[in-house]
Design a protein around this ligand. Structure first.
Ligand code: FAD
Length: 504
């Protein structure tokens, strides 16, 4: 991962005139709304605003989905865990949203069964879970991806003979969905751009001042070092874990770190995802093609956000929990293909307590006229967060008579994110085929500037393939041809990729 200072970004020429054109449009147009942050929350807001007919712009300081939105567990879920915490409202909200995301983006929402084994004397008794999963199905407006069920001990051991049988009492089976977080961000941005939103990566918001009913925003192009000024009626701070550091922000966050490990599926042959109970927490083993994702941890984090990494103690914890449940697996660090660490932007409610107990609900606030802080939430609730935010902006603008033109109602729950012709073979749960044609597409149509943009977030090849380094070399060669990189630039890109993916 890169450091946070501008000096760390290589000074590179934009891949084509398209970026210059986009910057020109952004600075020449007076926007209805400028969204700061190109994670899932910012992307969702840009999509919602632009589909209603607002003139929307979005600025992301690094690459799109660089932050938490490419480092999650990739679940679209109501959250069985939150049920146990009595957070019924949150579970209902997220359960409805997971179905909406499945409707608008089926290529990025694969229904997935979860088996939750239960043990004597654990914090997760079978009877409680049996009741819980029935409520879970109902909260999904009775239309979950499949009907939940329960298994007795024998049935559970038949289903998975590798499971630790000691004190096993049975299991429940329920449904959620699996996504590809970075692709969800990128496809949401492509949808926004199809609706004329102007979206730019490597463009950092520096500061803003209010002048005659406008926000005059200073932005810095991280590729050239140039400064730009953008006028917007409204500004949305959607900067995730960075949200409390942005000028004008009134957000108070508590950051917690979570890591994931990727191993071969042959080492843990699972047909369904498995919930791994660990005291009052739960972890997951999630099948992903020929791999399994193990996650996650939840520990307070006070370091630099860009520097969050899977540390040896995080890795040891995940392996220990997995080895306890699948005692014959004997997983070790040598099994790890790749790993990632993300920082949760949780709302600090002034209380202490365990990280896992902090609410995952979201908050939308207006500390100054025309300024919105949007924070917290989950990948699963991103569409709803966007709808609620844009509703507020539209109401405020109408009250002030500051809206030009006629606006359409919110359509983000009804309209497909993208037509299938724009996603087939490009975007899905699994990484796409490794080929030059796709690299060309990512550079020409999906704003990829650097090698790690393609390897990590556009394609996911970095995480999935053991020979990712060789694939990165080939990708760098293709990008050099496509973008006219010099030998020095190509070497710098390989170095940047190595640095960005060190330890992940
Ligand atoms: C370990 C882990 C597992 C998770 N698992 C799940 C899950 O399975 N399901 C689920 O629903 N949710 C999950 N979440 C939560 C979910 O990932 C986050 O809620 C969501 O991704 C946050 O999105 P965001 O857009 O708010 O933040 P981010 O994705 O971090 O986006 C914020 C962006 O703002 C940019 N930015 C910051 N400052 C500036 C600036 N000055 N100018 C321009 N841009 C700026 C950053 O570079 C960043 O890209 C998980 C989170 C973690 C950490």
């Amino acid at each position: 991962m890169r450091g946070n200072s501008r000096a760390d970004e290589e000074r590179v020429a934009p891949s084509e005139g398209r970026r210059a054109e986009a910057i020109h449009s952004l600075t020449e147009t007076s926007l209805d709304v400028l969204v700061v942050g190109g994670g899932i929350v910012g992307a969702g807001i840009a999509r919602d605003a632009s589909t209603r007919g607002l003139r929307a712009g979005l600025a992301e300081q690094h690459d799109f989905a660089f932050g938490t939105s490419s480092r999650s567990s990739r679940l679209l879920h109501g959250g069985v865990r939150y049920l146990a915490q009595g957070r019924l409202g949150l579970v209902r909200q997220a359960s409805v949203e997971k179905k909406i995301l499945h409707y608008i983006a089926p290529h990025l929402a694969a229904p997935l069964a979860f088996v939750f084994p239960t043990y004597r004397h654990s914090d997760w008794p079978l009877w409680q879970l049996r009741v819980g999963i029935k409520i879970y199905d109902v909260l999904c407006r009775g239309k979950n991806f499949g009907k939940s069920s329960s298994l007795n001990r024998e049935a559970m051991l038949q289903w998975s003979p590798r499971l630790n049988p000691n004190q096993l009492t049975g299991a429940v089976r329920y449904f959620d969905a699996f996504t590809n977080d970075a692709r969800l961000v990128l496809d949401t941005l492509r949808s926004a751009a199809n609706n004329r939103a102007i979206v730019l990566n490597y463009l950092r918001f520096q500061d803003a001042r209010r002048e005659g009913g406008w926000w005059i925003c200073e932005l810095e192009d991280m590729l050239t070092g140039q400064s730009h000024v953008v006028r917007a009626r409204a500004v949305v701070n959607a900067t995730g874990p960075w949200a409390d550091g942005l000028p004008h922000s009134r957000v108070h966050l508590r950051l917690t770190k979570g890591i994931h490990l990727l191993i071969e599926r042959s080492r843990l042959p699972l047909s369904d995802a498995v919930v791994l109970p660990a005291q009052n927490r739960i972890l997951f083993a999630i099948p992903w093609g020929e791999r399994v994702i193990l996650g996650t941890t939840d520990t307070d984090y006070k370091g630099q956000i860009e520097a969050a990494r899977p540390e040896p103690e995080d890795i040891a914890y995940l392996l220990q929990v997995a080895n306890h449940l699948f005692s014959e697996a004997l997983l070790s660090p040598a099994d790890i293909i790749s790993a990632w660490a993300g920082v949760r932007p949780l709302i600090a409610h002034g209380k202490s307590g365990a990280p896992s107990d902090i609410s995952r609900s979201h908050q939308i606030r207006t500390p100054e006229p025309g300024w919105w802080d949007v924070a917290g939430g989950k990948l699963t609730t991103c569409r709803l967060m966007a709808e609620e935010t844009v509703d507020e902006i539209v109401k405020w603008s109408k009250d002030l008579n500051e809206l030009s033109g006629k606006l359409r109602p919110c359509r983000t729950a009804d309209e497909p994110l993208l037509p299938a012709s724009e996603t087939d073979g490009i975007s899905g749960i699994l990484p796409p085929e490794f080929n030059r044609h796709l690299v060309e597409h990512f550079c020409a149509n999906e704003w990829a500037v650097h090698l790690d943009d393609v390897m990590v977030r556009r394609s996911g090849w970095h995480y999935y393939w053991r020979d990712a380094r060789q694939k990165a070399e080939q990708t760098a060669a293709w990008m050099a041809e496509l973008l006219g990189w010099s030998a020095e630039r190509r070497a710098a890109e390989s170095e940047r990729y190595a640095r960005a993916t060190e330890g992940v």
